[in-house]
Design a protein around this ligand. Structure first.
Ligand SMILES: [Zn+2]
Length: 436
């Protein structure tokens, strides 16, 4: 191990309280994402950012701050250095709601210490991770280490509701060669996650009075006394759902990636609406009158793809499927269903960092040295802010502490793992940014 890392790890061991107290201070400022629960007392992301920005300013970082949504700022902090060895440490400052507070054994915003853990909403997801990034930088400063490459720390809002904070940071060009997203990974190293987008399929029918439906009972026996019936978009949508299930199953069976579970490329039809008339929002206008044969049906899909799939290919494959589905029906051949991608701006590019990348090698080696439990390299089934950095050409990895109860009750982070992950992150900074 090189001397710089030794010195920094000593600094961290000598001041374990730094990361612990910072985590507690962050937990004590409730920063529930207002998209889930709106209550000014608990929507305090900007206060969390005040605290973090002050720390970063105090350590000599150049900080920048802007609102992503009203009073919901990102903070980006830079320690200048060369670009070839640049690295971002990233964490989100929003948390999910507490849920049923009576089911918690401790104050969800108390930041109490018990059983070797810090307790509270966001302790592990991921105020502990944010604190570990800041504590790593603090230890580097304490140890008097001067980095060659630029080190940036991004503390972003709104990860829990789509990652619009990180998305905005990369849109503003806040990039680097590589990035560590300090989400909890239980000390494991996560270089891969699948992509995710939301897509809306709209199926078009023909409106008619439901009283005319008898005309469609034996459509092949059109007689002069039978009228041209409507075309029921809801029934076409039902056929679509079954065809989609076959398409999804074939997609899932034909794709594999060594780090994620087989079958990860799922397409979940999550919301379906049918009714009469197409509104400006792309949804049926009238959804309360069953006496109309509906002419519009929409299906919202949660569409996942593999870490090594390209979004353009994913779209082309689905559009070909939709085209062939429409070809099975004379009406749909003339009135083809349509698909819209990235609904509500939701799009997580896949992350597929090579397992032999220097950042992964560094984390494997340093986690092997710092952690009681050796790390495993694995993929992630859901999505994180790493997606947005990957999509912008940064090489990301997810790595962070252990805990429990995230997105549930009794959330906590293990103090030992918090200290271990601070060491590993600090060492990775030295490995990636290099020392002057
Ligand atoms: Zn998180």
């Amino acid at each position: 191990m090189n001397d710089a890392i030794k010195t920094v790890w000593e600094a961290i061991d000598n001041d374990r309280d730094y990361v612990v107290e910072l985590t507690r201070d962050l937990v004590k400022i409730p920063s529930v994402n207002p998209k889930f629960q709106q209550e000014p007392d608990i929507n305090r992301e900007s206060e969390v950012q005040d605290l973090l920005q002050a720390r970063l300013d105090g350590m000599g970082f150049e900080t920048e701050r802007w609102d992503v949504f009203p009073d919901r700022p990102n903070v980006v902090a830079d320690l200048p250095g060369n670009e070839d060895n640049s690295l971002i440490l990233c964490g989100h400052v929003d948390v999910v709601p507490v849920g049923d507070a009576s089911a918690w054994q401790r104050d969800p915003f108390g930041g109490e210490i018990a059983d070797g853990r810090i307790w509270g909403r966001g302790a592990v997801d991921m105020k502990g991770g944010v604190a570990a990034c800041i504590a790593a930088a603090h230890a580097l400063k304490t140890a008097g280490i001067s980095l060659a490459g630029r080190l940036s720390i991004h503390t972003v809002v709104d990860e829990e509701a789509g990652g619009f904070g990180a998305m905005d940071a990369v849109r503003r060009g806040k990039l680097a060669k590589s990035a560590i997203i300090a989400e909890p990974t239980w000390g494991d190293i996560v270089p891969a996650e699948g992509g995710l987008t939301w897509a809306r399929v709209t199926i078009f029918g023909k409106q008619a009075h439901a009283g005319w439906r008898f005309n469609s009972i034996w459509p092949q026996h059109h007689t002069p006394d039978r009228l041209e019936p409507g075309v029921n978009a809801v029934e076409l949508a039902a056929r679509f759902i079954y065809a989609l299930r076959d398409f999804e199953s074939a997609r899932c069976r034909n794709r594999a990636h060594p780090l994620v579970p087989a079958g990860l490329a799922t397409i979940n039809p999550g919301v379906m609406r049918g009714g009469a008339g197409l509104g400006e929002d792309g949804e049926p206008v009238l959804m309360t009158n069953a006496a109309i044969i509906p002419d519009v049906a929409t299906i919202m899909l949660d569409y996942k793809f593999m870490p090594d799939e390209n979004f353009e290919d994913v779209k082309a494959e689905f559009e070909a499927f939709l085209h062939s589905f429409a070809g099975t029906d004379p009406w749909m051949r003339d009135h083809p269903p349509k698909v819209e991608w990235d609904m509500f701006g939701l799009n997580f590019p896949p992350m597929n960092t090579p397992v032999d990348h220097p950042l992964i090698n560094s984390l494997v080696e340093r986690a092997g040295q710092a952690q009681v439990t050796p790390p495993v390299i694995k993929g992630f089934e859901a999505v994180t802010d790493a997606a947005h950095y990957a999509g912008a050409g940064v090489i990301p990895v997810i790595y962070g502490a252990s805990g429990d109860g995230f997105h549930g009750n009794n959330e906590c982070v293990e103090i030992d793992s918090l200290v271990e992950s601070t060491k590993v992150i600090a060492a990775a900074v030295i490995d990636m940014c290099k020392v002057n």
